[in-house]
Design a protein around this ligand. Structure first.
Ligand code: GDP
Ligand code: IMO
Ligand code: MG
Length: 413
């Protein structure tokens, strides 16, 4: 049996906090897509951990952490992250099928962003180019680190094909020798962890161990179902959990969607409920909405129940976690977007051209003092009303409410 944590907005919903909170009940925590574009924050007794590739079960000594085949890995980034955690032996497993983000991918990502007329606002971590190479069947996989001679030859050929781009972009790429020298240095640090994680997970399922799958990014950034082209390059929705691990879809039991009590987006692209004004500024300040990975200021606005319904449907969520309720403390009015105006009509679904909608809101009386509350009945009645109304509109049970960054400041319903 495997449970899934999946972001149902545009990322940064608080997935790290919930995975960390729940991980004590699981033997395995598994990342299945994305790369170090992710930034998952965990706070335990005021100490903050920012994880990018490391699964969020890593703070529990008995939890096994898997980086699945669907993830794209920067060796440099993962190596740096591994240094924070001693004794990773038998606690970290990396799929031999996961693809490698090379420095070429990172350079290409930056070049595309700076030369494009409509930049995506990517994290410039090489995610898009690495997944492009995977789909084009020319990527590098972690298992290939076992044969360095072959790796070196492949890198040389890759570089030859890249070379014509030097004149186009007016740059000089690092030589394959330079890149290989670094890979050769890092290789011994990775070899002990590289394995067939698909079979490992099947064995775990056969022996009735509990597995928690940790999504990265959010459903509205999904390559198919998100606000294309302003998306990331992976399947961020539940289907990606299966293809990114080798766990069959029928094994997924609880699919828990993670949403903030409001909404944020970092990078470009449509965001109907954005409050590009004082209100958005205030939400951003109170929620400390700056990217964990790039430090960029996140765009902020009210919660979008239409986008949430859409994401819950695509993922098959049977539960929702509502995060950062405390950030809305002190507002005299809070809003939920329940409909859109679209080409002269009122709709309640996500069209493929989301940039053409205008939000229609239901307004609620605000509240104060929810910070750190761990009992639903202790919440101000207005906050209770907001949550129960939201639950009715979306049609999915809100089973978790979070009221601070701290691991245990959570209400379970
Ligand atoms: P993720 O990418 O989905 O894991 O989310 P991030 O870690 O990028 O962003 C969520 C931010 O909100 C982090 O700084 C968390 O520490 C913080 N956070 C999580 N839950 C709560 C909450 O209930 N209240 C407050 N105030 N902050 C929270
Ligand atoms: P977590 O896991 C929020 C956004 C980028 C950009 C778009 C494409 O922390 O929720 P990419 O570098 O992936 O090609 O960028 O996706 N993005 C995220 N936004 N949270 C994330 O991860 C994100 N990962 C990528 O800002 O708009
Ligand atoms: Mg994040």
């Amino acid at each position: 049996m495997a449970d899934l944590i999946v972001g149902v907005q545009w990322g940064d919903e608080g997935k790290g906090k919930i995975v960390d909170n729940l991980a004590k009940n699981y033997q395995y925590v598994v990342r299945y897509q994305g790369g170090h574009n992710a930034g998952h924050t965990i706070v335990v007794e005021n100490k903050k951990y920012a994880l990018h590739l490391m699964p969020s079960g890593i703070l529990y000594p008995n939890c096994k952490n898997i980086i699945g085949n669907g993830v794209v890995i920067s060796l440099e980034a993962l190596y740096e992250e591994m240094q924070q955690f001693p004794n990773l032996e038998k606690r970290l497993f990396i799929s031999d099928r996961a693809h490698i983000i090379t420095p070429y991918h990172q350079i290409l990502d930056s070049l595309k962003e700076s030369h494009s007329k409509s930049a995506i606002g990517t994290t410039k971590k090489g995610i898009g180019p690495a997944y492009s190479d995977k789909i084009s069947r020319v990527g590098f996989r972690m298992g290939e680190l076992k044969n360095l001679d072959a790796f070196s030859n492949k890198l040389q050929n890759y570089y030859e094909e890249l070379k014509p781009l030097e004149s186009l972009y007016n740059i000089t790429f690092p030589t394959p020798q330079e890149i290989f020298a670094n890979i050769k240095n890092l290789q011994p640090h990775f070899l002990p962890f590289i394995t067939d994680t698909t079979r490992l997970l099947w064995e775990a399922l056969d022996s009735k161990q509990k597995i928690l799958l940790e999504g990265a990014q959010g459903s509205m950034l999904d390559i198919d179902h998100g606000t294309y082209p302003f998306v990331t390059s992976s399947t961020t929705t539940a289907a990606g959990a299966s293809s990114g691990t080798g766990i069959a879809p029928k094994e997924l039991q609880n699919i828990i969607g993670i949403a903030k009590a409001y909404c944020t987006r970092v990078g470009n692209g449509p965001f109907p409920t954005e409050e590009n004004n004082q209100t958005g500024e205030l939400i951003g300040q109170k929620g400390f909405e700056f990217g964990t990975t790039t430090g960029r200021k996140r765009r902020c606005g009210w919660i979008d129940a239409i986008a949430l319904k859409y994401a819950c449907k695509i993922n098959g969520c049977n539960q929702l976690a509502l995060m950062k309720l405390d950030v809305l403390d002190g507002f005299s009015e809070v809003k939920i977007c329940t409909k859109y105006q679209y080409h002269g009509q009122i709709i309640d679904y996500i069209p493929s051209d989301l940039e053409n909608v205008t939000p229609i809101y239901e307004s609620f009386k605000g509240w104060d003092n929810t910070f750190g509350i761990r009992d639903f009945k202790q919440l101000p009645i207005e906050a209770q009303n907001y949550i129960t109304t939201l639950e009715k509109i979306i049609g999915v049970k809100i089973s978790i409410i979070s009221t601070s960054p701290e691991r245990d400041d959570v209400i379970f319903l």
